[in-house]
Design a protein around this ligand. Structure first.
Ligand SMILES: NC(=O)c1ccc[n+]([C@@H]2O[C@H](COP(=O)([O-])OP(=O)(O)OC[C@H]3O[C@@H](n4cnc5c(N)ncnc54)[C@H](OP(=O)(O)O)[C@@H]3O)[C@@H](O)[C@H]2O)c1
Length: 283
C-alpha cells in the first residue's frame, strides 16, 4: 500500500516558515487579479487570500468584469507593476477569450511575477537559473524531496504540458537529473509511457485518467488534477493506484495545499528581490 504524501502537513510547515520570514521582512503584499466569475477561479482566489491572511501577507483583491478588454487588464497590470507597495502579482487564469494571456504575462514586471509565467522567468527556468518558478511545480519537487523519492536517474513521466504545471515541472525534474518524458493529448498509447515511470506526474484535469494498470509497481505518483464533481473533489489518478504505487499524493490534501504554501513563499521571494536582499538578474 502506497505511503500517502501529506501535502497539507508539509504546507503547514512551509506556512510557519513564511510567518517567521515575515517577522524579519515586515510587510509583504500580494495582488491577485481575477477577470470574470469562473467558479473554480473564485475558489482558488479565496483560498489564496485566506492563506495569505493567516500568515500575515497582505493580499490585495483586484477584480474585473468578464467583458474587460485586453487593454483594461493591461492597464491594471501596469498600475500594479508601478505600485511600490505591491511585491507580487498573480493574474488568475484562464482569462476570457478576448484577452491574450501571453501578452498579459509579458506585461508583468518579472520581479513581481509570482507564477513564473513572464518569458524572462520561464526562460530562467529553461536555462536552469531559476528566479520565480510557479508554485505548483515547486510544491511537487518539495513533496518528492520531503519523502526522499530519488529523482536523479529516475524515469519521470509528466502527463500534461501546460505552462503553469506540466512544462515547468518537467523542467525542474530534468534539472534534478531525471530522464523526463512529457505526454499530452496527442500522445499515443499513454500507458506505454506511464508504465515506465518511476515518478509519474498527472496534470491533465480528467477524472481517473490514470488507472492502476497504467502505473509501475513502486512508483511515486503525483496527482495534480482537481476535478470537481457532485461527490467532491477528485484527481486524475484512480485512488486504487495506492495498491501498486510506493507513494501517492491524495486529492484533496496533496498538491493543492503545497501550491498555496509555495505561492506564499514566492511572494516572500519577490519581496526579497525587490528589497535587494536577493539579487534578481537583470538583462
Ligand atoms: N493542485 C493544484 O494546486 C493545481 C494547480 C494547477 C492546476 N491544477 C489542476 O491540474 C489539472 C491540469 O491543470 P492545467 O492548468 O495544467 O490544465 P490544462 O492547461 O488544461 O492542460 C492540460 C494538459 O493535459 C493534456 N491532456 C488532455 N487530455 C489528455 C489525455 N487524454 N492524455 C494525456 N494528456 C492529456 C493537454 O494536452 P494538450 O496540450 O495536447 O492539449 C494539456 O497539456 C487541472 O485539473 C487543474 O485544475 C491543480
Amino acid at each position: 500500500m502506497a505511503t500517502l504524501m501529506d501535502g497539507a502537513a508539509l504546507a503547514a510547515r512551509i506556512r510557519e516558515e513564511v510567518k517567521s520570514d515575515l517577522a524579519e521582512l515586515g510587510a509583504v503584499r500580494l495582488a491577485t487579479v481575477l477577470v470574470g466569475d469562473d467558479p473554480a477561479s473564485q475558489i482558488y482566489i479565496r483560498l489564496k487570500h485566506r492563506a495569505a491572511d493567516e500568515v500575515g501577507i497582505e493580499a490585495i483583491d483586484k477584480r474585473l468584469p468578464d467583458d474587460t478588454p485586453e487593454d483594461g487588464l493591461l492597464e491594471l497590470v501596469e498600475e500594479l507593476n508601478e505600485d511600490d507597495a505591491v511585491d507580487g502579482i498573480l493574474v488568475q487564469t484562464p482569462l476570457p477569450p478576448q484577452i491574450d494571456e501571453a501578452r498579459v504575462m509579458r506585461a508583468l514586471d518579472p520581479v513581481k511575477d509570482v507564477d513564473g509565467l513572464h518569458p524572462f522567468n520561464a526562460g530562467q527556468l529553461f536555462f536552469g537559473h531559476q528566479t520565480l518558478v510557479g508554485a505548483t511545480p515547486v510544491g511537487i519537487m518539495r513533496l518528492l524531496a520531503e519523502y526522499q523519492v530519488p529523482v536523479a536517474g529516475a524515469r519521470a513521466v509528466v502527463v500534461g504540458r501546460s505552462l503553469i504545471v506540466g512544462r515547468p515541472v518537467a523542467m525542474l525534474l530534468l534539472h534534478a537529473n531525471a530522464t523526463v518524458t512529457i505526454c499530452h493529448s496527442r500522445t499515443q498509447d499513454l500507458a506505454r509511457h506511464t508504465l515506465d515511470a518511476d515518478i509519474l506526474v498527472a496534470a491533465v484535469g480528467q477524472l481517473g485518467l490514470i488507472s492502476t494498470d497504467m502505473v509501475k509497481q513502486g512508483a511515486a505518483v503525483i496527482d495534480v488534477g482537481m476535478n470537481r464533481t457532485d461527490e467532491g473533489l477528485f484527481g486524475d489518478v484512480d485512488p486504487n493506484v495506492a495498491d501498486v504505487a510506493a507513494f501517492l499524493t491524495p486529492v484533496p490534501g496533496g498538491v493543492g495545499p503545497m501550491t498555496i504554501a509555495c505561492l506564499l513563499e514566492n511572494a516572500v521571494r519577490a519581496a526579497r528581490y525587490r528589497s535587494g536582499a536577493l539579487a534578481f538578474p537583470r538583462i
